[in-house]
Design a protein around this ligand. Structure first.
Ligand code: ZN
Ligand code: ZN
Length: 108
């Protein structure tokens, strides 16, 4: 019901998939940001290290988020380069127009 489109032309089924796409395009192979700090979800990549509470998601840099979306946001903002240009040289930003933002009531 909620699709996403990227400026490169990529069509995602939903906003989660679009986030995955953006992270794929921006995350460096070594998971390091411009300053050399490694960012990765700690609990997933290092299951043997002291396990974080199930309710918290932790980044290797020390950032903690209450949910997976918080970690995704953190990783994305850590790795998004100036101009949002990905590994492939294309610009990757969520394209407007496809999302039903504040368009009519969305009652749960
Ligand atoms: Zn981090
Ligand atoms: Zn893209």
């Amino acid at each position: 019901m909620h699709s996403g489109r990227c400026a490169c032309g990529y069509h995602a089924a939903d906003s989660d998939e679009l986030s995955d796409h953006l992270r794929e395009m921006f995350t460096p192979e070594d998971d390091k940001d411009a300053s050399g700090q490694v960012h990765a979800e700690a609990s997933r990549d290092h299951p043997s290290s002291r396990s974080a509470p199930a309710t918290a998601y932790q980044c290797l840099c020390g950032f903690t988020a209450g949910d997976i979306a918080g970690i995704d946001d953190h990783l994305l903002s850590a790795f998004t380069p100036a101009g949002s240009v990905g590994h492939d040289g294309d610009r990757h930003v969520p394209a407007p127009g496809d999302e039903p933002v504040s368009h009519g009531p969305s009652l749960a």
